[in-house]
Design a protein around this ligand. Structure first.
Ligand code: ATP
Length: 306
């Protein structure tokens, strides 16, 4: 890496008041974000949240309508041209009649990288065992690791991955992320977009929640896990008020939808006991939300359609 040529205080990524519109749709709606060198950051959000649009702006593939985007203190297009940033795309870019090694070697020639870089990159991407295999015969996970290897060849400061494990099986995902994590330990900055909270939780140091083009939460993976834990007690309770729900012991969040109340907390027994003995609540149901549901619930605060 060329860290020595880059001032240590330079941010890897600076987004400031970034807005991107497609006609009537505001895909990115005022995003301000600083990512420091060496961070592994997940951009997490449901479909249409604005993750790909953000990534495209970091790669210089889209220009913001408002605000500023900088990668290592430069315009994204310049950072890409200098090899400071590269990306693992979801599809395309592979020729199936070449072997894995030939593909990496060809890419190395394009980047003017020496022969030693080819073997090292193949090893780093965990592809040594399949180096002689035709790309067309590789699994989806192996092909994705090959794209990762190709992205590593310019030895970028920042690696960007947009939903890189879509369509991979569990073992493929695991191997893919192990290779990325091992590489990131050497200090490379990694930003990846994902729908999967589990993936963000397992592999990112920092998780940035995006919804409807805005950042709705930003924290460590441990903080994310804490936010997503607990259970929800649903009950029918006509006439419930928020002040009544706030007084329920053990509940840390509550919501009223018509005659139905939802109370979230770590001790669902305590919540249920209180509702049944101290209020007119009935039809109780206790659910353990999975991480994905929890994420959606946590970020579903503004339901106005765009
Ligand atoms: N080229 C485009 N033209 C018009 N609308 C677009 C275009 N690209 C994205 N959008 C819209 O912008 C919004 C954000 O899309 P984006 O692809 O950035 O979200 P995402 O978080 O990456 O979603 P997904 O997880 O489904 O890939 C969506 O409403 C999408 O339909």
């Amino acid at each position: 890496m060329t860290l020595t040529t880059i001032a240590l205080e330079t941010s890897a990524v600076e987004l400031s008041g970034v807005v991107k519109r497609y006609g009537a749709v505001t895909a990115v709606d005022g995003v301000t974000l600083t990512i420091r060198p060496g961070e592994v950051v997940a951009l997490l959000g449901p479909n249409g949240a604005g993750k790909t649009t953000t990534v495209d702006m970091l790669l210089g593939l889209q220009k913001p309508d408002e605000g500023r985007v900088e990668v290592y203190g430069r315009a994204p297009h310049d950072a890409v041209a200098l090899g400071l940033v590269s990306a693992v795309m979801q599809t395309g870019g592979l020729l199936k009649d070449y072997t894995v090694e030939e593909t990496v070697r060809l890419t190395a020639v394009l980047f003017g990288r020496p022969r030693t870089a080819v073997d090292e990159t193949i090893a780093r991407a965990g592809l040594t065992d399949v180096a002689g295999r035709l790309v067309g015969k590789c699994s989806g996970g192996q092909q994705q690791r090959l794209r990762f290897a190709m992205a590593l060849l310019p030895d970028p400061e920042l690696l960007i991955l947009d939903e890189p494990t879509t369509g991979m099986d569990v073992a493929g995902r695991h191997d893919f992320w192990s290779a990325i994590r091992d590489d990131a330990r050497r200090g490379r900055t990694v930003i990846f977009a994902t729908h999967y909270l589990e993936e963000a939780d397992a592999y990112a140091d920092r998780v940035v929640f995006v919804r409807r083009g805005r950042i709705v939460a930003d924290g460590t993976a441990a903080e994310v896990k804490a936010l997503a834990s607990g259970r929800t007690v649903r009950a029918t309770l006509p006439g419930a008020t928020s002040s009544l729900l706030q007084s329920v012991p053990g509940a840390d969040r509550s919501e009223i939808r018509g005659d139905t109340v939802f109370l979230h907390g770590n001790d669902s027994d305590e919540i249920a006991r209180y509702l049944l003995t101290r209020t007119a609540a009935r039809d109780l149901e206790v659910t353990s939300r999975n991480l994905e549901d929890a994420f959606l619930a946590l970020t579903a605060d503004e339901e106005t359609p765009r």
